[in-house]
Write a protein that binds this ligand. Structure first.
Ligand code: NDP
Length: 329
């Protein structure tokens, strides 16, 4: 028997509740690799899955946790053997499949990547899906021509998980970083990660009035979406790109197409869930080389399985700063 955070749904009221419970190995869903999980983390999607599911969870009881790191305990796939250190993000683990808020997980070998050289299991989950996705965003911006020295790169939702890691990576790569935050008290934190400009959320979160504004940003990692993304599109420099990662501020896009037509602005979609294996490896290697570990350490808030119900609510309210690292043992 081992511990896991189990979400149950009451069949009469339809309400869900999450608590740490004992689970046995034979209750785990099928998978080629059994992993002794060491760390997981809290992403926005986890907040949804710890609570009522947000349409992501179809079957209860459910074990959430969209990412984890740990050590292989048993494997029927040649690519992994007992003792190997591994990381998992994406593939709807923690949503459609039982996830990382558990001391053991059974998963497909295809879903795993070897723990990248230069990171330990705890650091890998300090990065987690949010940080991995921040790296994918920076890579996409670079692939579309972003280089340092052409003006500030905007990061929205900067004090959150994606935003914090994007800020630290971009600053380390020599970019000037402007962080948008709704939390004035986070300014010092963002400066410590390398931001040189803090933009108040209210300044940039209004509905588009003019489709084109002054050309301010050489690139953007956007974790917020909605009215903010629409507004940012009209503030991009000629030919610059926005990596659209998240919807913390809304799934709508009340924008005009004018920035695309008159300024050649690019809107790049970023998906971490179905990312092909080779690009996953490339992104993790870039994380290990481009994210300073002292900056990562400064983002960490440690937690245990029993803290998760409260942390799940907090991330949905935008109240988590940086990255939560859950020690499941
Ligand atoms: P966090 O909650 O850690 O960060 C989101 C940040 O957005 C908050 O910290 C806050 O930053 C800001 N924010 C919150 N609510 C609002 C609002 N109403 N209006 C404007 N800004 C707001 O979440 P993550 O960083 O983990 O994830 C960010 C987004 O990215 C989520 O929508 C998530 O689902 C998505 N995501 C997408 C992935 C993909 O594959 N495409 C992978 C991972 C995440 P501040 O306080 O600084 O203003």
């Amino acid at each position: 028997m081992f511990n896991a955070l189990v979400v149950n749904k009451d069949s009469e009221s339809g309400k869900t509740s999450a608590a740490v419970e004992k689970v046995s190995l034979d209750q785990l869903p099928g998978g080629e690799v059994t992993v002794a999980v060491e760390y997981s983390t809290v992403n926005y999607k986890d907040g949804l899955c710890i609570g009522p599911g947000g349409g992501l969870v179809r079957k209860y009881p459910h074990i959430p946790g969209i990412d984890f790191s740990g050590t292989v305990e048993a494997s029927s796939d040649d690519r992994y053997k007992p003792g190997d250190k591994v990381v998992l993000t994406g593939w709807r683990v923690g949503e459609a499949h039982w996830g990382g808020y558990s001391q053991k997980a059974n998963v497909k070998a295809d879903w795993l990547v070897p723990l990248p050289k230069g990171l330990n299991s705890r650091q890998a989950m300090a990065v987690g899906t949010a940080g991995f996705t921040a790296m994918l965003s920076v890579m996409a911006l670079e692939d579309h021509g972003l280089i340092p020295g052409h003006g500030p790169v905007l990061v929205t939702g900067a004090a959150g998980g994606v935003g914090s890691v994007a800020t630290a990576i971009l600053a380390n790569l020599g970019y000037e970083v402007a962080g948008v935050t709704g939390r004035p008290e986070a300014a010092e934190y963002l400066t410590s990660l390398g931001a040189t400009q803090i933009v108040a959320r209210d300044e940039i979160n209004e509905t588009v009035k003019r489709p084109l504004e002054a050309e301010s940003w050489a690139g953007c990692v956007d974790a917020v979406g909605g009215a903010m993304l629409a507004r940012v599109l009209g503030q991009m420099k000629y030919g610059a790109s926005v990596a659209a990662v998240g919807l913390a501020g809304g799934a709508g896009l009340p924008a005009t197409v004018i920035p695309f037509l008159l300024r050649g602005v690019n809107l790049l979609g970023i998906d971490s869930v179905m990312q092909p294996y080779d690009n996953r490896l490339r992104a993790w290697q870039r994380v290990a080389s481009d994210l300073p570990m002292d900056k990562l350490e400064a983002m960490i808030q440690p937690a245990s399985l029993s803290d998760l119900p409260q942390l799940g609510e907090a991330i949905l309210k935008g109240e988590i700063k940086g990255r939560v690292v859950v020690d499941v043992n």
